[in-house]
Each structure stands twice: as C-alpha cells, then as structure tokens.
Design a protein around this ligand. Structure first.
Ligand code: MN
Ligand code: MN
Length: 269
C-alpha cells in the first residue's frame, strides 16, 4: 500500500461518558478547532506548511453519537467509514475510552499496527469501578484483542502494581516520564498510530485536564517526539482536553499546536 501523498482528515468525537472523575472532554472538539483558527496565531506548522492553504487537509466535523454503550459501535462504524477513503485520520476526543473503538476500526484496515501512546497513565486497567470500557482501560481491551503488534507508552508516572502486571502480560514497552527520551521513536514501524493523552504534559502546561498529574513533560518534549516520527502515521488521536477546567483557553491552544504538528507529520511522511 502506497502511503505517500494521502489526504489527512480531521474528525471530532464528542464523547466523555467513560470518564471516571469529571465530565467535560465531550465539549473539546469545537474548542480545539476554535483555538486552531484563532486570530491570535496562524495555521503554519514548524516545518513551514500552511494548513490553511493545504488542499490535502480537510475537516469532516464531529461524529453524531448515541448515548450509552451504543456510542462505541457508532464510533467504530463512523471511523471505519472515514477510513474507506484511504485518508489518514486525526481524531479530536473526547475521553481516552474512544481509542478502543478507534483502534478496532484501524485494525480492520491495517495489519500489524504499532501504537505510540503518550500519557501520564498506562490505561491498562482490566476494569475501573466495574467498567471495562472506562477511559482507564482502552489499552487492555486493545492488547487482549490483538489489535496492535506493538504498544509503546511514554510519559507514564502512575503505574500501579495491577497495571504493571498487565503491561508485562501484554509486552508493553514503557518509557516513564522520569526516563523521557525520543530514542525509541526511530524504531517505530509502519503502520503507526499515535494516541496523545494531553495529561502526559505537566499540569503547568495544560491545566485543562480532568487528571492533574504533576511531574509531566513539556509541550516541547511532546513536539520533539512527534517531529521525530519517521514511519508513516496512519492515524492519531488527541484526547482528554477538558474545557471546563481550562484557564484562558491555554490548553486548547496546546491541543491545537499538537494537532498542527501531527498533521504535518502525516502530510510529510
Ligand atoms: Mn489516557
Ligand atoms: Mn491520562
């Protein structure tokens, strides 16, 4: 499959019913778009590409979702339909629970997915508060269903004994926040999927999050990793932005910045 010169489609998934602590991420997609198009900034990536004039980049709007468990099937189906075009897809969450149905759709199209997962949390719980579809569980569901060949997690700083067992069981490669380095990124092979939970960032850089976990990385650390990606990136999600907690929209700008650089990687490799 020729992955070159494909188009990139943006889609929002306004879902936060699987959040364990606070609601709010369902309101994120329009806020991140607003920041992306804010007159206080521009749409030019750090590589000099103007996304505002980029014919290969389009916005498909937000998925319309039913409430309850039916949302998971609707997310998978809606994303599978968008993937029919052959486009690469960048998804704005929503909470991290959406990554399970997202990867189900991607795995239907791509064998041997590698997932690069940036997060304060491993999200490998077998269940949380009796919910196996919690935003604390997506990578347990993905790995037990063999939907990815390789899972590399970076920025982790909340590993519990249970999740350490899960990581060992599934062969997850973990780069903790303490050992943060982009060294592993060059070894990642196509087809590659990036899952960016914004709480990988220190709360100082991203207050608009449900789970403030100190000791995180900087925005520049995340951009360095994104820009180090060389394998074709077939899909990405940017999740857990919670506008209810944001301060002056600063976290929306951070999400929009990350979005621009992820789209640049998709257009350029
Ligand atoms: Mn997460
Ligand atoms: Mn997290």
């Amino acid at each position: 499959m020729n992955l070159n010169a494909l188009n990139v489609t943006l889609v929002g998934i306004p879902f936060d019913e699987s959040s364990s602590f606070l609601r709010g991420p369902a309101e994120a997609p329009p806020k991140i778009r607003e920041a992306l198009h804010s007159p206080s900034a521009n749409l030019v990536t750090e590589s000099g590409r103007d996304l505002g004039a980029e014919s290969r980049f389009r916005d498909a709007g937000d998925l319309q979702l039913p409430t309850g468990a039916a949302a998971f099937g609707a997310i998978e189906q809606g994303v599978a339909e968008l993937l029919e075009t052959g486009d690469r897809l960048v998804v704005l969450g929503g909470d991290h629970a959406i990554t399970y149905p997202l990867i189900r759709a991607f795995a239907g199209r791509h064998d041997n997915l590698t997932i690069l997962h940036l997060d304060a949390h491993p999200d490998l719980y077998d269940e949380l508060d009796g919910n196996k579809l919690s935003h604390a569980c997506p990578f347990a569901r993905i790995m037990e269903a063999n939907l990815a060949t390789r899972l590399v997690q970076m920025g982790i700083r909340t590993m519990t004994p249970h999740q350490r067992e899960q990581a060992e069981r599934f062969g997850v490669e973990v780069v903790t926040a303490r050992d943060w380095s982009d060294a592993v990124v060059g070894s990642l092979e196509a087809p590659l999927y990036l899952s960016l939970d914004l709480d990988v960032l220190d709360p100082a850089f991203a207050p608009g999050l449900s789970h403030h976990e100190p000791g995180g990385v900087t925005v520049r650390d995340v951009l360095t990793v994104v820009q180090a990606i060389r394998a074709p990136l077939v899909g990405a999600d940017i999740v857990e932005y919670n506008p209810v907690r944001d301060v002056n929209g600063v976290t929306a700008m951070v999400a929009a910045k990350c979005l621009k650089e992820v789209v640049a990687r998709m257009l350029e490799c």
